[in-house]
Design a protein around this ligand. Structure first.
Ligand code: SF4
Length: 246
């Protein structure tokens, strides 16, 4: 059992510091493993990053990354969170949904997309003739910004390596970025979601479809038609690839 009191706190601080140093060392030694490169559009050449081809080659599992994130204090959000919402779903999912950040319900339950917007995402997934357990769902930030404010640049910069490692471990065939922050973070662009959505982009050679966030759909139900157009394109790519993992 871990010691409690000052000794336990000291140990926890040292462990967090060690995690932070390990992460920074990994980023400096193997940047290609964490940082995107490649084409802007899905075209004829969609060469995949080796870490996507052999996601387990490095021996890093989602559980290991999640355990690290569970102790994370790399950004100020660790001080106000109830839970670290790492993500959930099929660890070998062909399709990964990436949202923005946990909300109040997610923070309480420690699970992504469980509030009203999450229920709408579940209905979208089911309309694709899939189940939540078939896909993987996560966010750019693993901890809730207080009051559901927008994520800040330094928080995204601190948290993004977890997402990169998550995606490398899963090795999806298609990624769906939900909303502005997810699309902009993954594609390294400032373009608005209205411009980005509706067509595939490339994230390390993996087709990435940006679409509206379900929370936006709750406020603007007329946009559901466009989201349905986007997810139909995802379904077509998955059908063409005829993968067996989902
Ligand atoms: S949001 Fe990400 S970087 Fe910030 S404390 Fe949580 S897990 Fe760490």
């Amino acid at each position: 059992m871990a010691p409690e009191g000052p000794a336990g706190e000291e140990r926890e601080t040292l462990r967090t510091l060690l995690d932070s140093l390990r992460l920074r060392l990994a980023l400096s030694e193997r940047p290609e493993r964490y940082f995107r490169y490649g084409k802007d559009e899905v075209g004829g050449d969609t060469e995949r990053h080796p870490s996507f081809e052999t996601p387990k080659a490095e021996g890093e599992t989602l559980e290991e990354i999640a355990a690290e994130a569970a102790r994370c204090s790399l950004c100020p959000l660790h001080a106000t969170r109830t839970s670290v919402v790492f993500g959930e779903g099929n660890p070998r999912a062909r399709l990964v949904f990436v949202g923005e950040a946990p909300g109040a319900d997610e923070d309480r339950q420690g699970r992504p997309f469980v509030g009203r917007a999450g229920q709408l995402l579940t209905r979208i997934i089911e309309a694709m003739k899939l189940k939540r357990e078939d896909v993987y769902i996560c966010n750019i930030l693993k901890c809730r910004p207080p009051g559901n404010r927008d994520p800040r640049g330094e928080e995204i910069a601190a948290c993004e390596p977890y997402l990169m490692r998550q995606l490398a471990a899963i090795g999806p065939e298609v990624i769906c970025a939900l909303g502005t922050f997810a699309a902009r973070t993954l594609l390294k662009t400032e373009a608005p979601i209205t411009v980005l959505r509706g067509r595939f982009h490339s994230y390390q050679g993996v087709p990435l479809m940006p679409t509206y966030h379900p929370a936006y759909l709750l406020r603007n139900p007329e946009a559901k038609k466009q989201v349905w157009e986007d997810v139909r394109k995802i379904m077509e790519v998955l059908k063409d690839k005829k993968g067996v993992r989902m």
